[in-house]
Ligand binder design. Structure first.
Ligand code: ADP
Ligand code: MG
Length: 241
């Protein structure tokens, strides 16, 4: 489904991702984990086509998105849902309008159909009856739910999450993890979740890719990663234990 071949990314003189090779299977949940500044968000932005690699190929289905024009990329992105670190909601719009925004921008769906989708997606994230509320009235966890509802409005094949529980307390984090799992099961999507939280990663992922200083140093199932002999991987578990 997604395949990175020898992907490098530099900003100016500085290479921040080195020869990344990674395959993400259809329907799996992959957690990308690593310390602050290790290159997780850069990797995610490459996958979404927000930035382009300095070298290498990024295959989404049968297209190398590194070679696409902006217009072609827009089309590919319609099949992707994105939940960013900061919920990035439009504060001046109701929750319902936030969820509907992309549908109104990019489709010709009639308003009744858009309203039906908004209601359905808000229900899926546990926010029935929130459509008329303003983002400023919501807690951090609820805002995350709204951004997830927005991300799934189009019926994406792949959902990308960048630090979905950053800034949330452990209880909220667990709830967001549950929601990611629930979404995964309900919609049967491929999910890529960037996090620095090993507990979360173990809870939600089928496999974990560990990024350290711009390289993937481990890529395995949760069970195998837990038993890794690599000192850098073990050190990461210790910091979160
Ligand atoms: P993470 O998400 O793991 O915390 P990032 O991918 O955001 O890490 O950043 C990895 C490295 O790349 C950091 O050293 C960061 O300063 C650098 N970096 C990220 N984006 C840019 C940019 N647009 N220009 C220059 N350097 C950047
Ligand atoms: Mg980041």
């Amino acid at each position: 489904m997604i395949r990175l071949v020898d992907v490098c990314k530099s900003f100016g003189e500085k290479e921040v991702l080195h020869h990344i090779n990674l395959t993400i299977e259809e329907g799996e949940t992959l957690a990308i984990i690593g310390g602050s500044g290790s290159g997780k968000s850069t990797l995610l932005r490459l996958l979404i086509g927000l930035i382009r690699p300095t070298a290498g190929e990024i295959w989404i289905g049968d297209q190398d998105i590194a070679q696409l024009t902006e217009k072609e990329l827009d089309k590919v992105r319609l099949h992707m849902g994105m939940v960013f670190q900061y919920s990035a909601l439009f504060d001046s719009m109701t929750v319902g309008d936030n969820v509907a925004f992309g549908l109104r921008e990019h489709t010709d769906l009639p308003e009744t159909e858009i309203q039906r989708i908004v209601t359905e997606k808000l229900h899926l994230v546990g926010l029935d009856n929130a459509a008329q509320r303003m983002p400023s009235e919501l807690s951090g966890g609820m805002k995350k739910r709204v951004s997830l509802a927005r991300a799934i409005a189009f019926g994406p094949d792949i959902i990308f999450y960048d630090e979905p529980s950053s800034g949330l307390d452990p209880l909220m984090t667990a709830k967001i993890d549950e929601l990611i799992l629930h979404t995964q099961q309900t919609l049967d999507v491929t999910s890529v979740v960037v996090t620095h939280d090993m507990v979360s990663a173990c809870r939600i992922a089928d496999r974990i890719a560990m990024v350290h200083e711009g390289s993937i140093i481990a890529l395995d199932t949760v069970e195998n990663i837990k038993q890794s002999k690599d000192e850098r991987v073990r050190a990461f578990f210790r910091t979160v234990a």
